[in-house]
Design a protein around this ligand. Structure first.
Ligand SMILES: *[C@@H]1O[C@H](CO)[C@@H](O)[C@H](O)[C@H]1NC(C)=O
Ligand SMILES: *[C@@H]1O[C@H](CO)[C@@H](O)[C@H](O)[C@H]1NC(C)=O
Ligand SMILES: *[C@@H]1O[C@H](CO)[C@@H](O)[C@H](O)[C@H]1NC(C)=O
Ligand SMILES: *[C@@H]1O[C@H](CO)[C@@H](O)[C@H](O)[C@H]1NC(C)=O
Ligand SMILES: *[C@@H]1O[C@H](CO)[C@@H](O)[C@H](O)[C@H]1NC(C)=O
Ligand SMILES: *[C@@H]1O[C@H](CO)[C@@H](O)[C@H](O)[C@H]1NC(C)=O
Length: 687
């Protein structure tokens, strides 16, 4: 494919040379080939949703598309007009907010990734969940969701959607006053509620014996998150012309910035670090912790630190192999810490499996925050300390490598060993974990699309001319109601044009032979309305009364019966998802539909189905044929729906079927399997 593109560019470059007029012809990526290569039969889901990316770095490309696969796998359809949320763990975990399965600590990452999705449903349904009627932001963990709502706005420019929950957003972040120390003017949090267990503060506050809980401290994280939330609230308020609120929250942000700089900057360590809020036999209130942690860079993710050489000095620590710069990734604290990498906690089921800790392991979660902080510094700080673009490119590549498992297959888990490489926990819940970002770093950092609130498009790629990718092209990237493309070619040998080319809806709007910041006028276009088809077949939890499933075989596995109607679709071989039949040829899966509140069986109007069958190379296969039937009773008799327009059963993709709408309370999917194969029905959705 690369060679083909190169030849193509050569021909076009040649043709242009002859014509020497007009803008460069749009040379789109071969998006069908890209979709086929990365997603196979599931390509349809991605084709009108993701922006495309290609570059001279094949691993970067592979992981870019893998990250959209993670994004897709974590979209949970709640059905019944609730829409979609994004999950942190692909499957249920005991500490999620039920019945929805949301966890607010990961939402900032999800929204910052999702803002680059051309289907805006996934960010806006999710914001509705967090700040609308369901109040999904339960403050279980610290978060920077007001900031992410603002970040979504910067890309899509939908001010109505951005501001509709402003009152609830204010309420949520005002409630954090219960974690505010008036005498210090700072927020404090127990590290576990910051989604980071076993930090220096929690280990040391336990006298070195534990640290899963405890160790409440004034942390750079929560204070930066609250700073960003206040700034965002001020900006959202300004969109509604509420200047009073804007000033109030801006003042709160600035005071917090000052307190964070004054009190959490440790000039001995030249780093932002925690101070204890807890006061016990081991640690004293307002003492600094005794080492550097990666969390000290979180302030840069939100542009909190002043642009001075003082704060810029901290960058040397993550570039130093003896400090935070591990060989395989950024350490969460330094090898000099007494309890560095000491394993305290193990899986409750298998006591030889280590659990999650933050005393050294590399976390994609915080690696993302640091890479975003670096992008900010490299983009618009004068004082960069030892940081430069080639280091950013190197650390992004290191992060790319982290995504591969020991078999060289993309599979991101919770945390990694910084000195030996490899995932640490590897628990059943771990595969394709989504508590980090990547697309946002590539598009906002490397490609350099710096979203703005005014009618401008600003591009400033962070690519080192020697060590960075020698060419890239991002295309169909949504921005203020239209699509943009950003193309870079170091010497013109790949695309036929040296330097940068910026396009809007296929038309060139700017170009530069050298890498540099480009800002162009960009009048917004009307946004397309969000399309929100709503499934009526979703069972929120296994214990929910309706809708409910039943099946022809293995019907006693109620968890798997639920999995086929739980609103989750992914096709990876890790983490089985769906009901699994036995090997008898004739099988069925039936849904007893219910009221929209799930309280009782009832008739619903249906006109189409989306069916997801998993297949692998040996056990599971898509069926040879299928029929969709209805009945007035879950006992039958069953009648096939007449005149169904349906495609052939598709493995690892969505099989569509539709018919003239009808009312029914029971629907059955009957199908015939190839000899010796079992079915895994990942999802059976009705609309
Ligand atoms: C904090 O604010 C005070 C009063 O405006 C100012 O003098 C001081 O320099 C600020 N300190 C920091 C670290 O921002
Ligand atoms: C920085 O923290 C260390 C460790 O707690 C402490 O010994 C030192 O005094 C602190 N530096 C300053 C300037 O407070
Ligand atoms: C427990 O975990 C260890 C280490 O991951 C693994 O080798 C072993 O097979 C596991 N045991 C069980 C019963 O799953
Ligand atoms: C970036 O910094 C590293 C050392 O940290 C140095 O080796 C390299 O030459 C620098 N790159 C540029 C482009 O300045
Ligand atoms: C279902 O029944 C089969 C056969 O009796 C048994 O082997 C299996 O363990 C049961 N599964 C569950 C989840 O109860
Ligand atoms: C449900 O729909 C069926 C088939 O359309 C119809 O026969 C039945 O009367 C309906 N039941 C109710 C309670 O509306």
């Amino acid at each position: 494919m690369f060679h083909q593109l190169a030849n193509w560019s050569f021909i076009i470059a040649f043709a242009l040379d002859q014509v020497k007029a007009g803008p460069v012809i749009k040379r789109s990526l071969d998006t069908n080939a890209i979709l086929q290569q990365h997603y196979g039969n599931d390509a349809e889901w991605y084709s009108n949703r993701i922006p495309f990316f290609d570059s001279s770095d094949e691993k970067l490309n592979e992981i870019y598309y893998y990250r959209w696969q993670i994004f897709r796998a974590h979209q949970r359809d709640l059905g019944n007009d609730y829409g979609f949320i994004t999950t942190e763990f692909a499957d249920d975990v005991s500490w999620q907010l039920s019945p929805w399965a949301s966890l607010n600590d990961a939402t900032g990452f999800h929204l910052n990734e999702g803002r680059w999705c051309r289907d805006r449903r996934f960010t806006h349904d999710y914001i509705n969940h967090m700040f609308g009627e369901r109040k999904g932001n339960d403050r279980h963990f610290s978060d920077y969701m007001a900031d992410s709502v603002w970040n979504v706005y910067l890309v899509d420019h939908d001010s109505q959607a951005a501001t509709q929950y402003l009152d609830q957003i204010k309420t949520v972040y005002d409630q954090w006053n219960d974690h505010f120390d008036m005498s210090k003017g700072l927020y404090y949090i127990e590290p576990i509620a910051d989604a980071t267990e076993f930090t220096i503060s929690s280990i040391d506050a336990s006298g070195g014996t534990g640290g899963f809980t405890g160790g409440t401290s004034f942390r750079p994280s929560i204070n930066s998150y609250m700073y960003a939330n206040f700034k965002a609230i001020a900006q959202l308020a300004r969109l509604t012309s509420d200047e009073n609120s804007a000033e109030t929250y801006e003042r709160r942000a600035n005071i917090l910035k000052n307190q964070t700089q004054t009190n959490l900057w440790n000039s001995t360590f030249e780093h932002f670090i925690d101070r204890f809020q807890v006061n016990n036999d081991y640690v004293k209130y307002f003492d600094f912790i005794r080492g550097r942690e990666l969390v000290g860079y979180v302030p840069f993710m939100f542009d909190l630190p002043d642009d001075t050489s003082v704060y810029a000095a901290s960058w040397s620590h993550v570039l130093d192999a003896n400090l935070l710069g591990g060989q395989y990734g950024m350490r969460t604290n330094e090898p000099s810490y007494e309890h560095y990498m000491q394993q305290y906690r193990y899986d409750v089921v298998n006591s030889s499996r280590p659990e999650c800790q933050w005393n050294g392991p590399v976390w994609p979660f915080q690696t993302t925050q640091v890479l975003l902080g670096m992008s900010n510094v490299l983009d618009h700080y004068n004082n960069k300390g030892d940081l430069n673009i080639s280091q950013f490119n190197r650390l992004l590549s290191q992060y790319v490598d982290l995504h591969y498992d020991s078999n060289g297959k993309p599979n991101l888990e919770e945390d990694y060993n910084p000195d030996k490489g490899g995932a640490i926990v590897g628990l059943d819940r771990s595969p394709h974990y989504f508590h980090s970002g990547f697309v946002d770093i590539v598009l906002g950092g490397l490609v350099g699309i710096r979203p703005r609130s005014d009618d401008k498009l600003e591009i400033n790629p962070l690519v080192d001319q020697n060590s960075g990718p020698s060419w890239f092209r991002a295309e169909e990237v949504p921005y203020h109601g239209s699509n943009i493309a950003v193309q870079y070619d170091r010497d013109g040998s790949h695309y036929g044009t040296k330097g940068l080319v910026i396009e809007r809806d296929g038309q060139q709007v700017a170009a530069s032979a050298t890498l540099q910041r480009i800002i162009v006028d960009y009048a917004p276009k009307d946004l397309l309305p969000i399309d929100r088809p709503s499934a009526i077949s979703i069972q929120l939890q296994e214990s929910s009364a309706y809708p409910r499933g039943s099946a022809s075989s293995n019907a006693n596995d109620t968890t798997k019966i639920h999995d086929a109607i739980d609103g989750r679709v992914w096709f990876t071989s890790e983490l089985a998802n769906g009901w699994e039949s036995d090997t008898n040829a004739n099988q069925w899966y039936a849904i007893e539909l219910g009221n929209s509140d799930g309280s009782a069986a009832s008739n619903r109007t249906i006109s189409r189905a989306e069916i997801a069958w998993f297949a692998d190379d040996n056990t599971f296969a898509a069926p040879d044929s299928y029929t969709i039937e209805t009945s007035t009773s879950n006992q039958g008799p069953w009648t096939a729906i007449p005149n169904v327009q349906q495609i052939k059963p598709l493995a690892n993709g969505i099989t569509h079927a539709q018919w003239t709408s009808l009312d029914t309370s029971n629907v059955r999917l009957s199908f015939t399997l190839p000899s010796g194969k079992r079915a895994r029905l990942t999802e059976f959705k009705l609309f």
